[in-house]
Design a protein. Structure first.
Length: 389
């Protein structure tokens, strides 16, 4: 990084921290404060952080998103999932495919383009893990809804990444891409990423058995995660699934890593603050003017699909009333994962990708503004917020 980028990162973290504290005092979630601070200092308003600077320091976002997905993966505990039965998996499948179905049908009715509709539908499945994680940590929520929400969001991102890659591969084949090349990409994304995540987790677990110093274990976990992200990018595969798998496998193989969660959170916070401030800075208010009929359809039908899917699946599998009534409300946030998938389409197919990215980027302005409030509201209605404000 050059001097200007370092100054920008420092400014982003300090202003984000200040903004989060100010908004928290007026009963607004800190994560919303971070994003609104970013919006104000970003290109849309003051321009203290330029579009070029956002591109130059994108590595911060990649590390932060990796840490977020690692933490979300760390909430996947096999014994806990078993105790919850098939309920969580089925709810995650229902809310994911609910969004896909409702967005697909709406987009098809509006555009008549089946390819665009199915790709937009697959992107709609993604739920932002970072907002969910930050709200739960800020308000120290505990209870059935919190446990289910974390597990569903973790499963949702796995499902979304897999389904998107399958449908994107099918679309590429219809566009004339060689089947062998598509199968290689699918292998890399769906098999190699899992293998890489498992191998890194095994290395962390093995190393853990050789040390008795928590600070060293913290370094091993962070170093292993960054290694996984770096290898994934070198191999041309998404580091998102790799990070999530590392978190899940480490949680289930390791005996000590939970002991460093408190220390790890202290290390994570500068990256998290920078991530959400930069996410806010990357929001362009002007994109709302380009929302259009397709964008409005996406904006309203994605939440409907997620709410109905989670509601009926939760009721079908005997979930507690606070889960049945409130889970769907907490699934609105959408950000980094969806943007990454949309940009992937733009990279290979600019024509159809431009339409999809416009819809996603304009909708995210609304989702990121309302998402934290609704997640907090759902957890409050379930009686699981335990922080005295």
């Amino acid at each position: 990084m050059q001097v200007y980028e370092l100054l920008s990162v420092g400014m982003v973290i300090l202003l984000g921290l200040l903004g989060g504290k100010v908004f928290h005092k007026i009963k607004i979630p800190r994560v919303t404060g971070y994003m609104l601070t970013g919006l104000v200092i970003g290109p849309s308003i003051l321009g203290l952080v330029s579009t070029k600077t956002l591109d130059d320091i994108h590595i911060i976002n990649e590390i932060a998103l990796g840490l977020i997905l690692f933490a979300i993966g760390g909430e996947i505990e096999i014994q806990h999932i078993k105790s919850m039965g098939r309920k969580v998996i089925n709810i995650a499948l229902a809310e994911s495919f609910g969004a896909l179905l409702f967005v697909f049908i709406t987009a098809l009715l509006i555009t008549g383009d089946i390819d665009l509709s199915i790709l937009l539908g697959t992107v709609s499945m993604a739920t932002a893990p970072g907002v969910t994680l930050m709200i739960i940590r800020e308000y120290r929520t505990r209870g059935p809804l919190t446990d289910t929400l974390l597990a569903v969001v973790a499963m949702n991102n796995i499902i979304c990444l897999i389904i998107f890659r399958i449908f994107f591969g099918a679309y590429s084949f219809m566009q004339g891409e060689q089947l062998v090349a598509i199968l290689i990409i699918l292998f890399k994304e769906l098999v190699l990423s899992v293998v890489l995540g498992v191998v890194i987790a095994v290395i962390i677990t093995f190393w853990e058995q050789k040390i008795d110093d928590l600070s060293e274990l913290l370094l091993v976990i962070i170093g292993g995660l960054l290694l996984g992200i770096g290898i994934a990018k070198t191999l041309g595969i998404s580091p998102l699934l790799v990070s999530l798998i590392i978190g899940a496998m480490t949680n289930n193989l390791s005996m000590m890593h939970r002991l460093v969660y408190k220390e790890l959170r202290q290390t994570e916070m500068p990256f998290y603050i920078a991530f959400f401030v930069l996410s806010g800075a990357s929001l362009h208010l002007g994109s709302l003017y380009h929302l259009g009929l397709l964008g409005l359809g996406y904006l309203f039908m994605r939440p409907v699909g997620k709410y109905l899917g989670s509601h009926f699946a939760a009721r079908r599998y005997g979930a507690e009333p606070q889960i049945t009534k409130n889970l769907g409300i907490a699934l609105l946030p959408q950000a980094g994962v969806a943007i990454g998938l949309a940009m992937n389409i733009v990279e290979y197919y600019p024509d159809i990708g431009k339409t999809i990215s416009t819809v996603i980027l304009s909708s995210i302005v609304i989702y990121e503004a309302l998402g934290p409030f609704l997640t907090k509201l759902a957890l409050a209605k379930a009686g699981e917020i335990h922080l005295q404000e």
